[in-house]
Write a new protein. Structure first.
Length: 302
């Protein structure tokens, strides 16, 4: 596998977008690293000489490079380090997991062009919140409106993003590894997120609220959505975005986990909700999706 050098990286799309992960130990990163790189150290005890990946290295890579810490899968990513074998192994490991636009580079400070080497920890991250949520941030209630909940939070990017905007957030998922990642992200950003392990497909499992803001992103359980009027505070907002079924697309979950055309408007009827935004389009990775931002109407006596 060919690794890039300083001569090559200037035109790499990940370099231009700032999506660069430094695999070296934290102390080495703080002492000096490529401009804008984010520290994601791989704690591998044995550095391979090639691209062979044994069980120990695979575990180290999984711990250092979970999807929740990386840019969206369809975006370019550049891994850097000073041990060619480790960088090459990390690139191969990510490519094997469907991240096609990842490359590696060996970049040393002594070779760096002027202005391309910096010191310190920095506060950048590589991950982004859900693009639909971020695009409709102006429709969300403010932190003073009340607490927020993220149903099926996964790695917790959206929950941590909301907490960074001042919201009191509860993140719910049935997978302990997902909740651990959420806590890791929250700690890294210096914010508090309450995590709750719960199977949301079980009857009555959804925390009662009332919630000023509820998210369900790439998580579809229709009884939960139809029950949102009982979980939201009057005037509370729901943001739902997930896959939409299309017969000609193969990279989708099973049909029962996908929305049908127009289904969100049925799940959020005009008799109960004001529809602030509704789209049926495609996610940035090209897969069909649908999204809604809906505000629960305030009824007399609420």
């Amino acid at each position: 596998m060919k690794l890039l050098s300083w001569h090559d990286v200037g035109t790499h799309p990940a370099w231009r977008s700032g999506d660069v992960a430094d695999l070296r130990p934290t102390a080495a990163h703080r002492a000096g690293h490529p401009r804008g790189a984010v520290s994601l150290p791989v704690a591998a005890a044995a550095r391979p000489g090639g691209t062979d990946i044994d069980a120990a290295l695979a575990a180290d890579l999984a711990a250092a490079l979970p999807a929740a810490l990386l840019p969206p899968r369809h975006l370019p990513l550049l891994l850097v380090g000073d041990e060619p074998g480790l960088v090459a192994a990390a690139v191969r490991w990510l490519r094997d997991r469907g991240r096609e636009q990842v490359d590696g580079a060996v970049l040393r400070g002594r070779d760096a062009p002027p202005g391309e080497w910096e010191v310190g920890a920095g506060d950048r991250v590589l991950w982004r919140p859900n693009a639909f949520l971020a695009a409709h941030a102006d429709l969300l209630p403010g932190p003073d409106a009340g607490p927020a909940i993220d149903f099926g939070c996964g790695g917790g990017r959206e929950a941590v993003w909301l907490a960074g905007r001042g919201h009191e957030v509860t993140a719910v998922d049935h997978l302990p590894d997902a909740l651990a990642l959420c806590e890791r992200l929250a700690h890294g950003r210096g914010v508090a997120v309450r995590t709750l392990r719960r199977d949301l497909t079980a009857a009555g499992a959804a925390p009662a609220g009332p919630w000023a803001l509820a998210l369900a992103l790439r998580f579809l359980h229709r009884p939960l959505l139809t029950g949102l009027p009982e979980l939201l505070a009057p005037g509370g907002v729901a943001v739902v975005r997930t896959f939409r079924f299309a017969p000609d697309v193969v990279r989708l979950p099973k049909r029962r986990y996908c929305l049908e055309a127009g289904e969100l408007l049925e799940l959020f009827p005009a008799s109960r909700f004001d529809i602030l935004a509704h789209v049926e389009d495609r996610d940035p990775d090209g897969r069909p999706a649908a999204g809604v931002v809906a505000r629960l109407r305030v009824t007399r006596g609420s």
